[in-house]
Design a protein around this ligand. Structure first.
Ligand SMILES: CC(C)(COP(=O)(O)OP(=O)(O)OC[C@H]1O[C@@H](n2cnc3c(N)ncnc32)[C@H](O)[C@@H]1OP(=O)(O)O)[C@@H](O)C(=O)NCCC(=O)NCCS
Length: 189
């Protein structure tokens, strides 16, 4: 298998998770602003379990949610990457792209930059035909990233996330898609 464990973007290293990432990752995942569009912030134990699942995904598939390290100072800033959707929906099986960054690093283009590199891996190395992304209809910052990297919303494919209960205001999700041609077009303007 090609080594997809470490990738690079202009300002970031996309790498496997290190034990030292737990402290900054659990801090950002406990931040109510970061987790505003999730059911609740994560405890330290839940963050550790999340990292465990991410490592398992890398072990099984050779790609996953890369830890993001800023090149100039080595800071861990969050994650971006590719994930095999685990639940069943009309659009599965599918590989999704997702991101979560610490608040101090928002608005600097890091999510989009890491996402472009992740899509490059998806289309050039893994040979995927398409990548999806989805988020709650109220998560506009995440939808902005999807749009910035050239993803298109397919409104006929809006869906209720199966892990959220009927009363949840986060339940309704929008589905975005992108293929290799869309990625190339978005990157080269
Ligand atoms: C979503 C998130 C990753 C964006 O990260 P980011 O590094 O700030 O994104 P970028 O700087 O690459 O910005 C991409 C676009 O989103 C916009 N954006 C970023 N943060 C935003 C915010 N809080 N509100 C509105 N727009 C925002 C940027 O202006 C940019 O749009 P533009 O291309 O029109 O200028 C970050 O806000 C985050 O981690 N949120 C919490 C976790 C989360 O919700 N993850 C997604 C789950 S589906």
């Amino acid at each position: 298998m090609t080594d997809l464990l470490t990738l690079e973007s202009p300002r970031l290293r996309l790498r496997l998770w290190e034990d030292e990432d737990l402290a900054p990752f659990s801090a950002l995942s406990a931040d109510p602003a970061v987790m505003r569009y999730f059911p609740k912030p994560l405890s330290r134990l839940e963050s550790a379990a999340f990292i465990g699942r991410v490592r398992g995904h890398f072990a099984e598939y050779g790609y996953g949610l890369w830890a993001l390290e800023r090149k100039d100072d080595g800071a861990f800033i969050g994650f971006t990457g590719l994930w095999n959707v685990r639940f069943k929906a009309p659009f599965t099986p599918a590989v999704e792209i997702c991101w979560r960054l610490a608040r101090d690093y928002w608005g600097l283009g890091y999510a989009s930059e890491a996402a472009f590199t992740s899509l490059g891996c998806a289309f050039e190395q893994l040979g995927l035909k398409e990548v999806v992304a989805f988020t709650s209809e109220v998560n506009l910052p995440s939808q902005k990233v999807m749009q910035a990297i050239g993803m298109q919303r397919h409104d006929a494919e809006d869906f209720d996330h199966p892990a959220l209960d009927e009363a949840s205001p986060l339940r309704r999700h929008y589905l975005y898609r992108i293929d290799r041609a869309g990625w190339l077009k978005a990157m080269h303007g």
